[in-house]
Design a binder for this molecule. Sequence first.
Ligand code: ATP
Ligand code: MG
Length: 357
Amino acid sequence: MMQNTPPGTIIIVDDEIESMTAMRDFLSELGYQAKGYLAGRDAVEALQEHGCDLLMTDLMMPEMDGITLMKTAKEIDPQIICIMVTGYGTIQTAVEAMKEGAFDYITKPADWKILRLVLSRAMEVRRLMKSEEQMRISRDQWRAFAGRLAEAQERERQRIARELHDEVGQNLIALGMNLHSLRNPLTDKRTGKMDPRLSDSLGILADTNQTIRNVIADLRPAVLDDYGLLAALQSHCDRFSKRTGLHVTVHGDEDMPRLTGVAEITLYRIVQEALTNVAKHAQAQNVSILLKQSDTTVLLKIADDGTGFDPSVSHHAKEAGTWGLLNMRERAEAIGGTLSVESEIGKGTRVVVEIRK
Ligand SMILES: Nc1ncnc2c1ncn2[C@@H]1O[C@H](COP(=O)(O)OP(=O)(O)OP(=O)(O)O)[C@@H](O)[C@H]1O
Ligand SMILES: [Mg+2]
């Protein structure tokens, strides 16, 4: 039978040459890429070199028996599918082999019809396992990528914060000194009133200083490095409260041991993003933040008493280009944690992050 894409590769092992060749020829007829060996040792070598989708092995063989061969094969490729071939007298052993992880067994002499069915089912399972493996690898790669991206983003934020502080900040100080030196010359001696352009400039300078300080604090929370997560969250929440008028409380254990740098910045960023969402969407009055540690986990909860929403609907919003929740989840997962959103219309929203220590 001719096929464009072979339906899979199979290694057959049987110490009886007639039985092995008959099986191999039949499988080749079906379109499989089949290779036959008389001893387990040779099959192991072939497996190590080329791999295969499926191993069909006789159970009773001198030197290496079928079960030992299967175990060795699974060490080489944990997803290999093994089918045992057995004589009528050794069905009990075949059952044992199933317990050890064989996919199925067939009796000798093989019923070709049954064999054909068993093989196509086995190949289907192999394909599923392979694609699952592929998906797991892609997910792991994506997570690693998200982690690296977050790190790069932090470094960039740090750089911008430093630049703002060292360049813009210093220039503003110089500008302030110059403006202050103009106080005397630009003050009317008679009335004692400062030139309105100067007082306006001093006002603008003070506002700009405040803005820059806020931007720097948001970009790179210095408190985080110096005093830890709880203090940094408190400081951020104070600023957030002033900006939005929302009432925010932060609860946590003051003596909590420090987390890793990446865990701290991750949780900090999640709180920032969650609070931004509250300000943007929730129409809430109060937000409470809880940070709790046990021996094995860290728990962070951000709860608001706002409008709430249907999280399953917001899921589709991803396609509409909303990134906040997705980002928060990716951040949590990049450090091996989980993030869940509990919300219901009219019942507020809770964002819960759990990280294993
Ligand atoms: N605390 C909240 N209260 C009410 N609705 C919320 C809250 N948090 C999120 N939502 C809803 O979930 C949606 C998705 O949030 P997400 O942060 O992913 O996107 P966004 O805030 O709309 O946009 P982006 O974060 O990309 O600027 C929001 O559009 C909003 O409808
Ligand atoms: Mg958002």
